[in-house]
Structures are given as structure tokens and as C-alpha cells.
Design a protein around this ligand. Structure first.
Ligand SMILES: Cc1cc2nc3c(=O)[nH]c(=O)nc-3n(C[C@H](O)[C@H](O)[C@H](O)COP(=O)(O)O)c2cc1C
Length: 172
């Protein structure tokens, strides 16, 4: 895995990369970390910085690890069926009940300036949290979105938005 430039992200079709390829969000310390699959998010430019946006429900085991640690990494694995299986596993099993590193077969990589990713990743974005904001019901301008995606069932809670300043990008 080698470091590349933030401009490397311009080579990606980021709608596809986030929405169709999916990613792992990883946070924690080398002694205590966890990763979860995400397919909602974005990349952009805010406060004159390159940023990423992620949306995490507070019931995720990864959530307090994101809250308590920086940086957070977003990593991408391509469309290989084995990687798809891994992402489905990391998007359905919780670190609360599973040793997700062991069960996924992924190989952790501890980046020199902080951040945890996996050797299998084709691309890793390292980000530092700049901003966090809980979604609230009243802020939904289209209430159909609220009704479609949020409810009182487990896994139905309102997301928290994080804006991450992109600090480093690594590629395989
Ligand atoms: C394709 C896919 C995309 C997902 N996207 C998100 C997301 O953007 N935000 C989120 O909070 N959960 C998302 N999830 C659900 C979490 O990955 C899932 O609840 C996971 O088991 C949480 O793991 P943890 O409890 O170990 O943190 C997604 C799941 C899948 C399969």
C-alpha cells in the first residue's frame, strides 16, 4: 500500500465507488477497533478543505469508536465476489457479537500517521472529524424520506452526519 495524492480521487466515479462498490468505515485504536460497511456518503469541498461525508446510526458498534477516535478511514475493495461477501458480512454482523477481523479474513494495516485499514483495500481515504451533527425529524424537508428510512425498529434510528477532512489517500 502506498500513499498517493488527494487528487487521485478525481479518477474515481465516486457515485459508483460509494453507492455501488461500498466501503468500510474503520475507527478505533490498534488495540480496539472495528469496521462497518457503508454505501451512503460523499466527497466534496467544504471550508476550503477536501472532505468526505459519512452517515452512521448511533446503534452501530463502530459509532462510539468513531466518536472517540481520529482519524477514521474509508476503504474500498472493488467488485470481486469475495470482497462483496466480506462487505456483506461487515454490513450485517456487529462487532458487538463477532470478531469481525478474524471472521472477515481481512489483514489490518496500521498506517504510519494513524488510521487503520486493511491490506485487501484497493483505496483508503484517511479523514479527521471536523463536524458531527445528529439528524433530527424536524430537519427533514421531505417527510417521505423520514418515513421511508427511519422508524422505531432496531436499525431505524436517525443517522449522525460526520464531515471528515481528507488527510491522506493510499492505494494498493
Ligand atoms: C451495503 C450496506 C451499506 C450500509 N451503509 C450504512 C451506512 O451508510 N450507515 C450506517 O450506519 N450503516 C450502514 N450499514 C449497516 C452497517 O454496516 C451494519 O449495521 C453493521 O453490522 C454495523 O456493524 P457494527 O455494529 O460492528 O458497527 C450498511 C450495510 C450494508 C450491507
Amino acid at each position: 500500500m502506498k500513499q498517493t495524492t488527494i487528487e487521485r480521487l478525481a479518477k474515481e466515479n465516486l457515485f459508483e465507488t460509494v453507492g455501488k462498490e461500498w466501503m468500510l468505515i474503520t475507527a478505533g485504536t490498534p488495540e480496539n477497533f472495528n469496521m462497518m460497511t457503508a454505501s451512503w456518503g460523499g466527497f466534496g469541498w467544504l471550508w476550503n478543505k477536501p472532505v468526505a461525508f459519512i452517515f452512521v446510526r448511533p446503534e452501530r458498534f463502530t459509532f462510539p469508536l468513531i466518536e472517540q477516535n481520529d482519524p477514521v478511514t474509508l476503504s474500498f475493495y472493488g467488485h470481486d465476489p469475495a470482497m462483496r461477501k466480506m462487505l456483506s458480512f461487515c454490513g450485517s454482523a456487529s462487532g458487538r457479537d463477532h470478531d469481525k477481523v478474524k471472521e472477515s479474513g481481512l489483514t489490518p494495516e496500521f498506517l504510519p500517521e494513524g488510521g487503520i485499514t486493511f491490506r485487501e483495500a484497493r483505496l483508503t481515504v484517511v479523514g479527521r472529524k471536523l463536524f458531527g451533527s445528529d439528524f433530527t425529524e424536524q430537519n427533514f424537508l421531505d417527510k417521505d424520506v423520514l418515513a421511508r428510512w427511519y422508524n422505531d425498529q432496531p436499525g431505524g434510528s436517525l443517522h449522525k452526519l460526520y464531515v471528515l477532512e481528507i488527510q491522506q489517500v493510499f492505494e494498493a
